[in-house]
Design a protein around this ligand. Sequence first.
Ligand code: PMP
Length: 395
Amino acid sequence: MTDRPLLMIPGPIEVSDAVFRATCVRPPSHVAPDLIAAFGDALRGMRSVWLAGPNSQPFVVAGGGTLAMETAATNLVDPGQSALVIDTGYFGDRMAEMLRRRGANVTLIEAPPGETVSAERVGDALRQGEHAAVFATHVDTSTGVRVDARGIAEAARQHGVLSCFDGVCATAAERFEQRAWGADVYLTASQKAIGLPAGLALWVCSARATDARAALKQLPPLTLDWHKWQPIMEAYEAGKPSYFSTPATTLIGALHIGLRELVPDDLHAATRMEARVAAHQRAADAMRAAWSVLGLKLLPTHVDHTANTLSALYYPDGVDASVLGAIKQAGAIVAGGLHADLKTRYFRVGHMGDVVGRPEALLRTVQAVATGLRAVGHTADVRAAVTAAESVLKP
Ligand code: PMP
């Protein structure tokens, strides 16, 4: 156990020791043979983690999730085309704004905070209008709501519409099978469940998605253009140096280590990812068992659409954001609310990435939350909460 508080916000997150060590190196050149080899293998590793097909194209570009979202908005849709956006929180709003700035006609399907949008509703909307693409947030970090990505991808497929999923708070933790489900773009950022520091935008495109870019009438901004980046990714995968804009070389080295911790060999990727998703499910179940003992209510309205990567929890009566300081004092950093409508009414605890395999970290988080609540006057049985989580983690 360390003395520093654990970083249990929904990203950036605690990283594994191997990833941490990989970031503590002298900066490599973008054309160094070792870096080229690591970059190429990281791209192969992404296909495995995404469970994407051999013809899919992975991209790694310096930036964040927002940049990955913007490449999708500007490479999939032309100005004047229609896009369907499923809005389950803050990041759905952001996607809609990006598409409007691109000049797209946006149709929003909104859910009240805590609710989801069913694949049936998406299917109905697709029947009613002609859309170039449908955009959904796999897990909206502002609400802790997970959508039925499979159902939405399949509905889009049936209607011949492209599908794009923001997996920033889901990729490598929630079930997602890009190839089997026929999803066209699955994007994320390095600081979430993929388990790295912040600084990389990552996404994988189907061949249909890259074809859509080829058919655009209005080019995307240069640095967002998949056509500028694709030859670079292809070169690295072929073991050759290439240059368009300097990659974040230290992070690429760490990405290689991090992805290979998840999927040491590409042949057994499906089994590894299955186990990884199950570990996140177990961690989420354990945390929820503890929240229930503490009398904390989750923001998502049904367990079926509650994310496994974080808990969004209403403050109990008489408690406000001042509890966050008390929780930190007790050993874990957690986050305040993000959704504009109820920002001051809830807080968020991340449980994704390396920590799901470290029961002591999860239990320490439960203990910190319970102790923090007690410190601000809420009746909380710290021992009972820890025991409830422990009984799920160590049955
Ligand atoms: N989408 C989701 C679901 C997110 O959680 C975030 C970050 N919290 C983003 C997009 C944006 O990512 P970034 O902050 O790296 O730009």
